[in-house]
Design a protein around this ligand. Structure first.
Ligand code: PLP
Length: 414
């Protein structure tokens, strides 16, 4: 059972709203720090373990700085994300560029930062050489295709995924890079997304350790690090269970002992690039009820819309909703909770059992800390909301202001 509590009292929240009008996103700094420490602790047995925060989840340099203080790096997939990492004080191999269909300017910026470059395709070797030269270290992204069973609805089956190199291309690519004088190598994969079963990650680790072994046996290359990607899920629904990180760490340790230590390939650095599980559960979208409407169904209309959180509309995802001050009221009503876009899928919840809602109630949408504000867009002229940080001393800092109409019109000349 994932508990859906709020990190503030009703009184605290109303004071925050007094200063910062709804809608806004608010992140719980202490909870983010505690969570990251738990992840790192689960891998404290590894010779070197690095979490590269997938910046796309919550691309805010204030949050990235908090994570940097905890020893976390950045996983970037665009020029803007590389620049954010730089501004957050990260440099060198604390940054990895895991992109696909990559423009030259991203490779150039990554090289300038000394970041790890993770190639998504064998054809990128020539492209990289032509545009920025061959770096001293290179990483390749592996797509196991049919060798990897399973997958889930967000990423799908690896065979259908656009990412990475085939097994044969991995071996060819490493050989080509070795011939070009590269001395340090990493291997990367990302085959699942929003997965709550830790056994999938342990299986992925086993698959990657087998690949490290094969690379050593066939090419004589000792891989320096393995990056398992992100994909650790968030228990969005109260009936779901968060991934047991200690179980995960222990399972991968067992595989490491059996495959890496036993074959004399120790030490091998391990890395992950989780985004969702780092910030997702610790961000909340706060909104106010503007209207109630009773037609064939009962609707509750918020001052937030899909521009603030599009996961429910995009994937049909469940996000828990608390009506502030009514947490203990009976769930006696069924509502669709909507935004104001001229799109019928602009709904945060469909047929949701909730307490009786009145106009003016404050609602909190849970687990909005990843792919929430980040996926914002301006359709219908809707503006992105502010981002706030609830600090460990309970003070609140605005870490991104809300967009204004001037921002919206800034690209027009009229
Ligand atoms: C999205 C992504 C991640 C992060 O995934 P989460 O599900 O947020 O953990 C990591 N690596 C790559 C390459 C990604 O595209």
């Amino acid at each position: 059972m994932a508990e859906k509590n709020l990190p503030f009292t009703k009184e605290e929240l109303l004071q925050i709203i007094d200063k910062y009008p709804t809608p806004f996103h608010i992140y719980d700094e202490q909870a983010i720090r505690d969570n990251v420490r738990g992840l790192l602790a689960a891998f404290d047995w590894a010779p070197a373990f690095k979490e590269y925060f997938a910046v796309k989840a919550t691309p805010n340099p204030y949050l990235m700085e908090i994570l940097r203080e905890e020893g976390v790096g950045a996983d970037c997939s665009s020029l803007a994300e590389l620049l954010l990492a730089e501004r957050a004080g990260l440099a060198g191999e604390d940054i990895i560029l895991t992109s696909n269909d990559t423009p030259a300017v991203e490779f150039q910026k990554a090289k300038e930062l000394g970041a790890i470059i993770n190639l998504d395709d064998i054809s990128h070797i020539d492209y990289l050489e032509k545009n920025v030269g061959i770096p001293e270290m290179i990483c390749f992204r592996y797509n196991p295709g049919p060798l990897r069973e399973g997958g889930n609805s967000i990423i799908g089956n690896p065979e259908e995924a656009k990412y990475g190199l085939t097994r044969k291309q991995i071996l060819d690519g490493l050989q080509i890079m070795k011939n070009k004088g590269v001395k340090r190598f990493g291997l990367h994969t990302m085959v699942i997304s929003n997965e709550l079963d830790p056994n999938y990650f342990i299986e992925t680790a086993n698959m990657m350790f087998d690949l490290v072994l094969e690379v050593h046996q066939t090419l004589g290359i000792k891989v320096e690090f393995v990056n398992f990607g992100g994909g650790i899920g968030v228990p969005y629904h109260p009936d779901q269970e968060a991934v047991d990180l200690n179980y995960l760490g222990k399972g991968i340790k067992k595989a490491y002992e059996k495959k890496i230590i036993a074959h004399d390939l120790h030490p091998l650095k391990l890395a992950v690039e989780c985004g969702r599980m780092i910030t997702g559960p610790y961000g909340y979208l706060v909104a106010t009820v503007l209207h109630k409407k009773e037609i064939y169904k009962n609707y509750v209309g918020l001052d937030a819309c899909m521009a603030n959180l599009m996961r429910p509309a995009l994937y049909g995802s469940y996000h828990h909703i608390s009506v502030v001050g009514k947490e203990d009221w009976p769930l006696g009503y069924i509502y669709d909770v909507t935004g104001s876009l001229c799109e019928n899928n602009d709904k945060f919840a469909i047929n949701r059992k909730l307490p009786m809602i009145s106009v003016g109630d404050v609602v909190v949408i849970h687990d909005a800390g990843a792919h929430g504000h980040a996926m914002g867009f301006n359709y219908n002229g809707k503006l992105r909301s502010a981002e706030l940080l609830l600090k460990p001393d309970r003070s609140v800092q605005m870490i991104r202001r809300a967009e204004t109409l001037d921002d919206y019109f800034a690209t027009l000349d009229f």
